[in-house]
Design a protein around this ligand. Structure first.
Ligand code: GLU
Length: 475
């Protein structure tokens, strides 16, 4: 029997999250009992199961942690990685609670993880493993549309979510809301347009919002807009790829370095993200990419001179060891927990602005919320109003055109005439969410002179919201 279990490592990730939480509690002046009730992870289920693969039984270990249930379902992704361990899952579940509260998605916080290296297994084997893990969780209501709703995370995507949804449907054939048991599904399996890009899109909207606030931009030692800003992206997975793509293609930013597991690429004129993605897909490596200079030393990339650093891979990549070598004046945490608590303080001391993870990468769960609501309503967004909107706009534009000697610009007319489809509504809802959450953080920061940074402000907004719900319902 092959045991697929690695010795757990303690990353200090959970301590970092709790330290940042404690800082917010102090400023909020919350009573100790409430503070503790929110801080603690409610439960962590640990499961070990075996699957017959390649003629023998292989054993896998997985977790599903529920951090908070003040609102249900609890929400949070499932991660597949050989590095998964209990503390990591609990830290990520806690972050989900705070993240959901900050962006006002009506969920508690949860997270799951399976110790597996997906690259070691064929797709049909991954399907067997995923279905079995899902079965273990579903039978304990740790996957359930009204109690606990997973989503993609590192190492998982739409494919795994489709398998999970199908497993739930098989086990609950009479549940009319079965599809809402998991989000991040493919469109043809109950997913929503714009979910795959959502976290990267949210990073883009977060940065756009940041650059709308001149004072904040100035405090970071920057000026102007995103146009021409030099960006370094660490991790070109789903989140890093979409963030880099949108910022370079739509906002005029230049991706001057990309860091991956096998090194870093540099180009002061900007890297073509689509071309690089195609190269990585074909070669599984950054090396030999023609549009940039390659170095096998990835650390160099993180420490590269730039305006904006986007860590978009995993936790604890900026620690006390490299924090003082980071040159970026602005860091936006597209990954969960990329900066340790110690590094956070070292960077703050140096005046670096950090847009924190619970805000910066909340685009994923925001669009998950839209998908879950869509599944429960059983109707695609925009289906009822799109053509009606178009009819009204057309009538209005015809009248307007008859009054104008040169008519209307054809491009503008087409834009004004078209009603919003699902992806337009999803992006609009996400943009609105990211703007509102940023403003909420700013306001709290402005009203608490002792609040040192956006992260503490984000925790303060989130914890205050969770506490107000607990205050209503806890006995
Ligand atoms: N795994 C993502 C996160 O960490 C998405 C969670 C979700 O959509 O539930 O935010």
């Amino acid at each position: 029997m092959n045991i697929q279990v690695k010795k757990p490592i303690t990353s200090g990730f959970l301590e970092s999250v709790n330290l940042m939480y404690d800082r917010a509690i102090e400023l909020l002046g919350l009573s100790d009992d409430v503070a503790l009730a929110i801080r603690n992870c409610n439960s962590t289920y640990e499961v070990q199961f075996s699957v017959r693969l390649r003629g023998e039984l292989h054993s896998f270990k997985g977790y599903r942690s529920v951090h908070s249930e003040h609102m249900e379902p609890a929400k949070g992704g499932i991660r597949y990685s050989i590095e998964v361990h209990k503390e990591e899952v609990e830290a990520l579940a806690a972050l989900m609670s705070y993240k959901c509260a900050l962006v006002e998605t009506p969920f508690g916080g949860s997270k799951g993880g399976l110790i597996v290296d997906p690259s070691e297994w064929e797709p049909h084997e991954m399907e067997k493993i995923t279905r079995r893990f899902a079965y273990e969780l579903i039978k304990r209501d740790l996957i359930n549309p009204s109690q606990n709703v997973p989503a993609p995370d590192m190492g998982t995507g739409a494919r795994e979510m489709a398998w999970i949804a199908d497993e739930y449907r098989r086990m609950n054939p009479t549940d009319i809301n079965a599809r809402a048991c998991v989000t991040g599904k493919p469109l043809n399996a109950g997913g929503i347009a714009g979910r795959t890009e959502a976290t990267g899109r949210g990073v883009q909207y977060a940065l756009q919002e940041f650059f709308r606030h001149e004072d904040d931009v100035k405090a970071a030692g920057l000026t102007g807009t995103l146009e021409g800003k030099r960006v370094v992206v660490q991790g070109l997975g789903n989140v890093g790829y979409h963030a880099a793509k949108f910022l370079s293609e739509e906002d005029g930013a230049k991706v001057v370095a990309v860091v991956e597991r096998d090194g870093a690429l540099f180009n002061p004129d900007g890297i073509d993200i689509e071309a690089l993605k195609a190269h990585i897909h074909a070669r599984h490596s950054l090396a030999a990419f023609e549009g940039a200079t390659y170095s096998p030393d990835g650390a160099k990339g993180l420490e590269h001179d730039c305006d904006i650093l986007i860590p978009a891979a995993c936790e604890s990549v900026i620690t006390h060891e490299n924090a003082n070598r980071i040159k970026a004046p602005l860091i936006i945490e597209a990954a969960n927990g990329p900066v340790t608590a110690e590094a956070n303080d070292m960077l703050l001391e140096r005046g670096v602005t950090i847009i924190p993870d619970l805000y910066a990468n909340a685009g994923g769960v925001t669009v998950s919320y839209f998908e879950w609501a869509k599944n429960i309503s059983h109707m695609r967004y925009g289906r009822m109003q799109r053509r009606q909107e178009e009819g009204r706009s057309r009538a209005f534009l015809q009248q307007l055109e008859s009054l104008l000697p040169n008519g209307l610009d054809a491009g503008l007319k087409e834009k004004l005439e078209s009603g919003a489809g699902e992806v337009d509504l999803v992006r609009s809802g996400l943009d609105d969410t990211m703007r509102a959450a940023y403003v909420a953080m700013r306001e709290v920061r402005a009203s608490h002179p002792d609040c040192p940074d956006l992260r503490t402000a984000a925790y303060m907004v989130a914890v205050r919201r969770i506490a107000s719900v607990m205050d209503l319902y806890m006995l």
